[in-house]
Write a new protein. Structure first.
Length: 106
């Protein structure tokens, strides 16, 4: 499955549009990661535990979106957009949404 943020596929002709597809993932960040991220905030540096959670959530959302597109008969998703939001009472959950247009190209 080809995924692209562009509105077309260079050198290819889009023969069919199936509509919008999306994938959503909500992942909780645990207390230990929050603690170590807080320390990183004070001393500086990258919070690799949060980065890996972000990456994991993004990949899951893209995978879900791709599966939905494949079920429609698409072989690509164009105009892919990723959104990141914190949810929950204390903002301890991360929601990643991937959305795009499912198409068939030749």
């Amino acid at each position: 499955m080809l995924l692209t943020t562009t509105n077309n596929i260079e050198g290819k002709e889009i023969s069919q549009y199936f509509g919008i597809v999306s994938g959503e993932t909500i992942i909780g960040a645990n207390v230990i990661k929050d603690f170590f991220a807080g320390i990183r905030d004070i001393v500086g540096g990258r919070a690799s535990s949060y980065e890996s959670v972000l990456r994991e959530a993004k990949e899951a959302a893209l995978r879900e979106m791709s599966q939905q597109a494949a079920q429609l008969g698409a072989n690509a998703v164009i105009a892919v957009d990723l959104d990141y939001e914190t949810v929950g009472g204390s903002g301890s959950m991360l929601m990643v949404t991937a959305a795009g247009t499912a198409v068939r190209y030749q």
